[in-house]
Design a protein around this ligand. Structure first.
Ligand code: SF4
Length: 699
C-alpha cells in the first residue's frame, strides 16, 4: 500500500460516497489532488469505481465551497471570524437548557467523528437528543437484525462470498445504479449457472442484468416473504439454521399466507409466486439481499423480519453464499450506526439503557454515570420537535454533515420547524438547503481533508487518509467539535493533542462491545483492512459473524412474527415511491453541483398511466399527497408498474414535500418513504425533456 502522508504524489483513501467504500489513489500536483485511480487491491471493488467516485474531486474546490464562518446578521448570512462565531455558540447554547438542544449527525461521517459527536452531545451539551440521517436509511434492517441475532453488521460475510450463491433475491435493491461494483459478483453468480431475481416495482438496470424480475406493489415485499415461507413449510423445506425462540409462532403465522392471497395482495400472478418459491426451495445456497425498498416503510422492520425469518428457517442464514444481508447505502452507513450518534446508543453499539454499558463509557469519559442522559428523540421526532414550545420541544440544533431540509420526511413541515429554532448551527463544507436556514454556518472538512476510518457494507474497516488541508478558514470537523466544547466551557475530554489521540480513544471505547474495534490501529489498517469484531491487536478479524451462539442473553436467536398489511390506498390514488438515481447521492448537496453528474428531476410514470392522465413525456405534472405537492416534468417509464409513480429524492422542494413526517415504524422509527398515496394533476407548461427516463426501462 502506498504511503499516506501529506505532499506525496499519491495518497490512498476511500470514496466519499456509497457504502462499497472503493479505495482509490489520489494523484497530487503541487499539493492538490488532480486525478483518481481505482486500486486493484480494493477488497470489494477490485479496481472498479463508478462515475460518482471518479468525479468526486470536482467538489473539492467548488466555487460554492464554504471557507469562512457565516453568522446571520440582519437576516443575511455574513462572513465572520472564528472568534465571533464561537462567541455566538457560547452565548446561544449557554442560554438554552440542555434538554432543549438537539444534535443531528450523518451516516457519511467517519467512525471517529461519529464517536466524537455522540460524546460531544452527551458530555459537552448534556442533551439526550442526538440522532442522525441513517435513521432514514438502514434503521429497519438494523432493528430486525439486532432483535433477532443481537448483531447488526450489514453483510455478515465478505463480498467475495456473493459469487457462491446459487440464488440471489435482490429485494428493493437497485445494485447496478447504487452500488455498481457489486454487479461483478452478480455476474459471477450467473456465470456459475446461478439465478438472480430482482424484486422491485420498477424495472431497472439491475433487473435487466438479473434476468428475472418480479414487480410487487410498493410496500408488499414482506407479504411475498410470508408467502414463500408458507410454501417452504408446505413443501417440507423447513430446516432452521439453529434452535431459536419464536419459530413455532412464526411458522404458524405463515399458514395465513397461501399463494393466492399473497399474489392478490402483492399484485403478482400466482404462477410468479410459485416459480419464485420453487427456485428458493431448490437452490443449495439462497441469499436474500435487501435495499431501501423493503426497509423505508412504517412497517420496514417487520418487512425485513419476514425475509430474515425465511432465511433462518430454511437453514440458509449463516451458510457461506446464503442467508440474509442488507446492502448499506451511505459511505459510512455501517460505522455511523455503531458508535454513539443514535439516540439510544453508546460506542461499540452499546445500549444507553444498559447500566453496565453506561458505566463502561462513563469511566472512559471520566464523568459520573448518572450524568449520561437517557435516550432522546429519534431523527424524525427530533426534527418534528424543532421550534416547538412545551415539553420535548427544541430551541437549538447542531447539524453536522447532513441536510434534513431535503432528506427528512415531510420537508415542508421540517423546514418550518428549522426556521422556528432560535439557533440552528450547521457544520458543512458546501451550502446545503439546511445551511441556508442556519443562524450560524461553520465551514468543515471534506473527505480527503481529514484522517479517519470508515466501515463498509460488509463491516470492513478501512483508513480514510488526508491528502490536503481544508481551504481558507475551514477546519477539520473533529477540531470544530472540540472548539465548540471549549466555547461552552466544557473542554474536559475534548483537548486531543492530535487526531491520533482521538482515534486511539475511539478504538479503546469499543473494547468488549459487540462492535469491537479495539484491536485496530492505523498501523494495522495500513497492513490490511479488517472486518469487526477485532478484539485484540494480535488477534484475527471476523469475516463471518452471523453464526451461533449469537450475542444474546442465552446465545439463541429470537424470531418475531411480522405484523404486516398491504399499504393503504385512496380513491383514484397511485402509489408514490421514492429512491436514488445512479449519478446522485443523498440530498444532492455535492452531486447536484458536480458538472460531471448533471441530471434533472423527473417524475417516472408508466406510458399507459400517463396517457390516462392526459400526460406526455416532458409535460409538467403536479404530484399531490396528504402532506404536500411537488411539480416536475414527466419521464415515461414502461418498466414501472402502472399503479406506481417514482420520483428521486436528491432535489429540494420535491420528493420529501410529499412524504409523511409523522407516521413512523414502531421499532426503527423510520418514516414511510417508499409508499404514499398520490394523485397526478397536469400542470400548464411542457418542458423539453427526453422521453427516456433517467433509469433505463426494461421491456
Ligand atoms: Fe465506489 Fe460507491 Fe464511490 Fe461509486 S460511489 S466509487 S461505488 S464507493
Amino acid at each position: 500500500m502506498s504511503q499516506a502522508t501529506l505532499h506525496t504524489p499519491t495518497v490512498r483513501t476511500t470514496c466519499p460516497y456509497c457504502a462499497v467504500q472503493c479505495t482509490f489513489d489520489l494523484h497530487l500536483d503541487r499539493g492538490l489532488p488532480v486525478k483518481v485511480t481505482p486500486t486493484k487491491d480494493c477488497p470489494v471493488a477490485h479496481g472498479t469505481v463508478c462515475r460518482k467516485g471518479l468525479a468526486a474531486l470536482n467538489d473539492l474546490r467548488h466555487p460554492d465551497r464554504l471557507t469562512t464562518p457565516l453568522l446571520r446578521k440582519n437576516g443575511d448570512l455574513t462572513p465572520v471570524g472564528w472568534d465571533e462565531a464561537l462567541a455566538y455558540v457560547r452565548d446561544a447554547l449557554g442560554s438554552v437548557p440542555p434538554e432543549r438542544t438537539g444534535v443531528f449527525g450523518s451516516g457519511s461521517l467517519t467512525n471517529e467523528k461519529t464517536y466524537l459527536l455522540g460524546k460531544f452531545a452527551r458530555v459537552a451539551l448534556r442533551t439526550p437528543h442526538i440522532d442522525y440521517n441513517g435513521r432514514y436509511c438502514m434503521a429497519s434492517a438494523s432493528a430486525a437484525l439486532n432483535r433477532t441475532v443481537g448483531y447488526d453488521r450489514g453483510l455478515g460475510f465478505p463480498a467475495d462470498d456473493l459469487v457462491r450463491s446459487d440464488l440471489v433475491l435482490l429485494v428493493g435493491a437497485n445494485v447496478a445504479e447504487t452500488l455498481p461494483p457489486l454487479m461483478q459478483y452478480l455476474k459471477g453468480v450467473k456465470d456459475r449457472g446461478g439465478t438472480i431475481y430482482a424484486i422491485d416495482p420498477r424495472a431497472t438496470t439491475t433487473s435487466r442484468v438479473a434476468g428475472r424480475h418480479l414487480a410487487p406493489k410498493p410496500g408488499t415485499d414482506g407479504l411475498l416473504a410470508l408467502g414463500l415461507l408458507h410454501l417452504m413449510k408446505q413443501w417440507g423445506r423447513i430446516r432452521p439454521t439453529a434452535p431459536a425462540h419464536g419459530m413455532a409462532q412464526v411458522l404458524a403465522h405463515a399458514d395465513d399466507y397461501p399463494p393466492a392471497r399473497v399474489a392478490h395482495d402483492c399484485g403478482l400472478s400466482e404462477a410468479d409466486v410459485f416459480a419464485l418459491g420453487r427456485a428458493y426451495a431448490e437452490a443449495r445456497t439462497s441469499l436474500i439481499l435487501t435495499g431501501r425498498g423493503p426497509e423505508q416503510h412504517i412497517q420496514g422492520t417487520d418487512t425485513v423480519q419476514a425475509w430474515l425469518n425465511l432465511a433462518f428457517l430454511t437453514g440458509h442464514f449463516g451458510k457461506v453464499g446464503g442467508g440474509y444481508g442488507p446492502l448499506t447505502g451511505q459511505g459510512n452507513g455501517q460505522g455511523g450506526r455503531e458508535h454513539g450518534q443514535k439516540n439510544d446508543q453508546l460506542p461499540g453499539a452499546r445500549s444507553l439503557r444498559d447500566p453496565r454499558h453506561r458505566a463502561e463509557i462513563a469511566a472512559l469519559w471520566d464523568v459520573p454515570e448518572r450524568d449520561l442522559p437517557q435516550p432522546g428523540h429519534s431523527a424524525q421526532e427530533l426534527l418534528n420537535a424543532c421550534g416547538q414550545p412545551g415539553a420535548g420541544g427544541l430551541d437549538a440544533l447542531i447539524v453536522l454533515g447532513s441536510n434534513p431540509a431535503v432528506s427528512a420526511a415531510g420537508t415542508g413541515q421540517v423546514t418550518q420547524n428549522l426556521k422556528a429554532l432560535k439557533h440552528l448551527i450547521v457544520i458543512d463544507f458546501l451550502p446545503s438547503e439546511t445551511a441556508g436556514l442556519a443562524t450560524l454556518v461553520l465551514p468543515g472538512s471534506m473527505w480527503c481533508e481529514e484522517e479517519g476510518t470508515t466501515t463498509n457494507l460488509e463491516g470492513r474497516v478501512q483508513r480514510r487518509r488526508r491528502a490536503v488541508t481544508p481551504p481558507g478558514a475551514a477546519r477539520e470537523d473533529w477540531r470544530i467539535l472540540c472548539d465548540l466544547a471549549a466555547a461552552l466551557g466544557r473542554p474536559h475530554g475534548f483537548t486531543y493533542p492530535d487526531f491520533r489521540a482521538l482515534q486511539d480513544e475511539f478504538f479503546r471505547a469499543t473494547r468488549g462491545a459487540r462492535a469491537d474495534y479495539s484491536g485496530l490501529s492505523a498501523e494495522r489498517l495500513d497492513r490490511a483492512t479488517a472486518q469487526w469484531p477485532v478484539r485484540s491487536a494480535a488477534g484475527p478479524d471476523t469475516p463471518h459473524v452471523y453464526a451461533p451462539p449469537f450475542p444474546t442473553p442465552d446465545g439463541l436467536a429470537t424470531l418475531h412474527v411480522p405484523q404486516l398489511r398491504a399499504p393503504a390506498s385512496a380513491p383514484r390514488a397511485l402509489h408514490l415511491t421514492t429512491g436514488r438515481l445512479a449519478g446522485q447521492y443523498q440530498s444532492g448537496t455535492q452531486t447536484r453541483r458536480n458538472p460531471a453528474l448533471k441530471a434533472e428531476q423527473t417524475v417516472q410514470i408508466h406510458p399507459d398511466t400517463a396517457r390516462e392522465h392526459g400526460l406526455g413525456a416532458g409535460d409538467l405534472v403536479t404530484l399531490r399527497t396528504a402532506h404536500g405537492q411537488a411539480t416536475a416534468p414527466v419521464a415515461l417509464s414502461p418498466g414501472l408498474r402502472r399503479d406506481t409513480v417514482f420520483i428521486s429524492f436528491h432535489w429540494p422542494e420535491s420528493a420529501n414535500l410529499l412524504t409523511d413526517p409523522d407516521a413512523l415504524d414502531p421499532h426503527s422509527r423510520m418514516p414511510g418513504f417508499k409508499v404514499t398515496p398520490v394523485t397526478l394533476h397536469p400542470a400548464r407548461l411542457t418542458l423539453p425533456v427526453p422521453t427516456a427516463p433517467l433509469l433505463s426501462p426494461v421491456s
